[in-house]
Design a protein around this ligand. Structure first.
Ligand SMILES: Cc1cc2nc3c(=O)[nH]c(=O)nc-3n(C[C@H](O)[C@H](O)[C@H](O)COP(=O)(O)OP(=O)(O)OC[C@H]3O[C@@H](n4cnc5c(N)ncnc54)[C@H](O)[C@@H]3O)c2cc1C
Length: 415
């Protein structure tokens, strides 16, 4: 891999940029791999990366039906935080957040991690109690958060109307080292590092069936032919239920469209991420100046990557209450992605009933922030054949045993 640096940039500037190599090789499928990962989103690519980096397993293919990062990884609103309530959640999200801190240096790829701080507004007494409790839990978990006053909220975000017509701001849960990163760059950075380790990233290669013999996985059939493997990782987010069915088991997952929108670019006006869970909307400002706005999930199962108009209206109405100045903004784009929701709003990182086949899914509306931690845990499980400490509580068996990791309330607008 050619290192990216100021020196390399200067050198290439002097020779018309003719010396750059492809960021990742355009690979052709081989007949057999030690490991196949289905899905070249952030979680799939991070799994491949940590298989190579932490476990020395590099005979790996990542198969992607579309283009790399074209699923939810390239569609999300990029919020990274780890202020969850339950211990297993805090552990994996904080692992991910801490890996994000140095990921640009590690991958030699600027993922534009911006620890600008995330605040979750408390706009009802119930939320005040809930967030105070989360701040206490976070203190015990080693996650740095605090409950701040409305005056501190106003200092940090001058454009908020804290006296709000319906829901005045009563305080906020504040995580100062939370923030955002450039979503595509996370996928591209991992892909480049995987390719450099000799792994094959194969785009336009849809997995159409899972091959098995005697209850053990032996490979996959794809639109580019059959490919054998010893171990298979399914990491396909909103299509997890579809893929699990091909592998012969069912998942407690529902797939719904979640959507977001961005405004025209404006001058810098807000340098933190604000989530307003009661009115249901959240907002940050991108480096280009656009206000990035997240909305709700459709109330019915579907696979349409677009979302619905009534959500745009509801989200805009909710945010105008809290940020009256955005009422004059024009919206530029709106889009949707298919998210995979579990009943307890926690992920599944687990072996499956098919030996040699592992699944990573259920990140729902909030998995971008987890990518490095999730890849780390999934790689560890696939290398050692059993869940490690980071994902032990996120097994499929928890739904049968009633052992939920309930984040449905703590996660609120769960991003
Ligand atoms: C609008 C929106 C806003 C969001 N905001 C946030 C946020 O602010 N913060 C946050 O933490 N999370 C957020 N999320 C959630 C986050 O984007 C996802 O949890 C995360 O990106 C999931 O990553 P992934 O790698 O598992 O999935 P994906 O990126 O979707 O990757 C899965 C890949 O599998 C591929 N695939 C599917 N079927 C097949 C097949 N048969 N063969 C081969 N390949 C296949 C798909 O094409 C896709 O590229 C948001 C999501 C959306 C939609």
């Amino acid at each position: 891999m050619k290192r990216y640096s100021a020196f390399a940039l200067a050198r290439e500037a002097l020779r018309d940029h003719t010396g750059w190599k492809r960021a990742w090789e355009k690979a052709q499928p081989k007949a057999h791999y030690d490991v196949i990962i289905i899905g070249a989103g952030g979680h799939g690519l991070a799994t491949a990366y940590y298989l190579g980096k932490n476990h020395g397993i590099t005979n790996v293919a990542v198969l992607e039906k579309g283009w790399l990062g074209g699923g939810n990884t390239g569609r999300n609103t990029t919020i990274i935080r780890s202020n969850y309530l339950q211990d297993p959640s805090a552990a994996i999200y904080e692992k991910a957040r801490s890996l994000y801190e140095t990921l640009s240096q590690e991958l030699n790829y600027n993922i534009m991690y911006s620890p600008r701080g995330v605040m979750m507004l408390a706009q009802t007494e119930h939320e005040v109690r809930g967030y105070r409790r989360t701040a206490q839990a976070n203190a015990l978990q080693g996650v740095t958060t605090e409950f701040i006053t409305p005056q501190r909220v106003q200092e940090l975000v001058p454009i908020i109307d804290i006296s709000g017509p319906r829901y005045p701001v009563l305080g906020a849960l504040w995580q100062p080292r939370a923030g955002t990163a450039r979503h595509d760059a996370v996928a591209w950075g991992y892909a480049r590092a995987c390719s450099d380790m000799g792994m094959d990233i194969i785009q336009q290669c849809e997995v159409t069936a899972v091959r098995q013999e005697g209850g053990k996985v032996t490979g996959v059939e794809t639109t580019r032919g059959a490919i054998g493997c010893n171990r298979l990782g399914i990491v396909v987010a909103g299509h997890s239920g579809v893929m699990a069915e091909k592998a012969g088991f069912r998942l407690p997952i529902e797939s719904v469209a979640l959507q977001a929108l961005v405004s025209e670019p404006i001058k810098p006006c807000m340098d933190v991420v604000v989530m307003a869970n009661t009115v249901h909307g959240y907002m940050s400002q991108s480096d280009k100046g656009e206000m990035v706005i997240g909305g709700g999930a459709d109330g019915y199962n579907n696979y349409t990557q677009r979302g619905s108009f009534h959500h745009i209206e509801e989200t805009a109405r909710a945010l105008v209450e809290t940020f009256p100045m955005i009422s004059r903004l024009k919206m530029l784009r709106q889009w949707g992605g298919i998210v995979d929701m579990t009943g307890d709003r926690s992920p599944i990182i687990s072996p499956t009933p098919l030996a040699g086949c592992y699944i990573n899914c259920g990140w729902g509306t909030g998995g971008f922030k987890a990518i490095p931690g999730s890849g780390w845990a999934m790689a560890d499980m696939m290398a050692n054949g059993r869940p490690g400490p980071l994902c032990a509580e996120f097994g499929l068996d928890r739904f049968r045993q009633g052992r939920f990791v309930d984040e449905s309330v703590a996660a609120g607008v769960a991003h």
